[in-house]
Design a binder for this molecule. Structure first.
Ligand SMILES: NC(=O)c1ccc[n+]([C@@H]2O[C@H](COP(=O)([O-])OP(=O)(O)OC[C@H]3O[C@@H](n4cnc5c(N)ncnc54)[C@H](O)[C@@H]3O)[C@@H](O)[C@H]2O)c1
Length: 371
């Protein structure tokens, strides 16, 4: 485990200081046990925005060209414990390389990588990193850490619905935002929408169903968004709506209903777990959990509860407080006080379901997965 400064703070570098890097900065700033000491981003404007988000702390932050420069500085005595990689998806594989074997604790944003080969190589390197140096490796899967979702998952796992048979996840939201240099408009940079965006939901499916997927069928297309956009003459190729069905080895089935031209929806995420005894739902951003036990033809006994999230935490990001709580779990793992909850293997498996879904769309067939 890394040596901390006298204040006991974990010292962080943020690599990639665009939208998500800044969300990490704003959330780490809420934690007395964390300090941001380094930034790295090839885009001047992103660095300037990150410094603005840091406020006074920007005066004591160092900037570096890349991870190799960060590691070289650390080898020469620069005090650093942890790195958050929030660069574009297709850069994760190479960005991570210099960090492996250093003993640094690493949180890499989802998706782990954009291809299965890169993800597999990264899993091997991450395992060796932890084994040889004790450095934690964690994949950013914020949706697990939205407090209402975390409560929902805990209740399903505690048996609230009985034997879980069906899990339906609906995300009806706004189109993909513009990103720095428009990297997210092309599958080659993102892995495809089913990897980029939906790895969150495939990760949730594995977590909640507690089994591995065996078959994926996905029907999707780019029907509404981005059709008139051109980047150096090239038209985007990313899915903006899809239905995905995932069969699991324990017989449970899950589905994802994704629509990215539905920003008028009251809730952006609606998740429903149905078992042989009851149905449990969670609604984001309403923050409500709805329990509907089976009652036959007797009067319904629906119970609705609201899960409160601290206002300051809600304001620090775009993910219903998730980034703050994920940092808490990551810091606990760094201190040896908690497990690594989202492993490199979890990251790989979420990518694998997304890759299978993308292939299913292209080939118009169900894709089998090895468990
Ligand atoms: N977990 C979530 O809910 C969530 C939400 C948004 C984004 N993300 C992930 O975070 C990552 C960043 O997404 P974003 O929305 O912040 O994109 P963005 O375009 O807003 O920012 C990306 C930043 O990375 C910089 N960059 C490019 N190449 C780099 C490199 N090799 N090294 C360091 N920095 C580099 C860019 O200059 C830019 O400032 C992506 O992997 C994305 O999938 C996760």
């Amino acid at each position: 485990m890394a040596v901390k400064d006298d204040g006991g703070k974990v010292r962080f570098a943020i690599v990639g200081t665009g939208l998500m890097g800044i969300e990490h900065i704003r959330n780490l700033k809420l934690r007395p046990d964390a300090q941001i000491v380094a930034l790295s981003d090839p885009t001047r404007r992103s660095l300037d925005k990150a410094k603005a988000a840091l406020g006074e702390d920007a005066n004591s932050v160092e900037t570096f060209d890349d991870c190799a420069a960060i590691v070289a500085a650390r080898n020469s005595g620069f005090a650093l414990d942890a790195v958050i990689v929030a660069s574009p998806n297709h850069t994760h594989h190479d960005t991570l390389k210099p960090l492996f074997g250093t003993g640094l604790h690493i949180l890499c944003e989802k998706p782990l990588c954009t291809t299965l080969d890169d993800a597999r190589r990264t899993v091997d390197a991450a395992l060796a990193h932890t084994e040889r140096t004790g450095g934690v490796f964690w994949v950013g899967m914020e949706y697990r850490y939205m407090p209402p979702v975390a409560e929902f998952v805990a209740r399903v796992k505690a048996g609230a619905v009985g034997n879980l048979r069906m899990l339906a996840i609906r995300e009806h939201r706004f189109p993909f935002l513009r990103k720095v240099r428009d990297w997210n408009r092309f599958n080659r940079n993102t892995g495809g929408t089913m990897v980029e965006k939906c790895c969150h939901f495939f990760d949730l499916m594995r977590l909640i169903v507690d089994a591995e997927p065996t078959r994926v069928f996905c029907s999707g297309a780019m029907d509404v968004n981005h059709r008139d956009e051109r980047y150096a003459g090239e038209k985007p190729d990313i899915i903006d709506n899809s239905y995905t069905i995932v069969d699991f080895a324990n017989g449970a089935r899950a589905m994802l209903d994704l629509c990215m031209f539905a920003e008028g929806s009251r809730n952006e995420q609606e998740i429903a777990a149905v078992g042989d005894r009851a149905k449990l739902e969670v609604l984001i951003p309403d923050g409500d959990i709805v329990f509907s036990p089976r009652v036959g033809f007797a009067p319904k006994k629906v119970e609705r509860e609201h899960v409160v999230v601290d206002e300051q935490v809600l304001r620090a990001g775009h993910h219903h407080g998730a980034t703050y709580y994920q940092h808490g779990a990551f810091l606990a793992a760094i201190r040896g006080q908690g497990a690594v909850e989202v492993t490199a293997e979890d990251g790989l498996r979420a990518v694998a379901i997304g890759v299978a879904a993308e292939r299913s769309v292209r080939e118009k067939r169900a894709v089998e997965l090895d468990t």
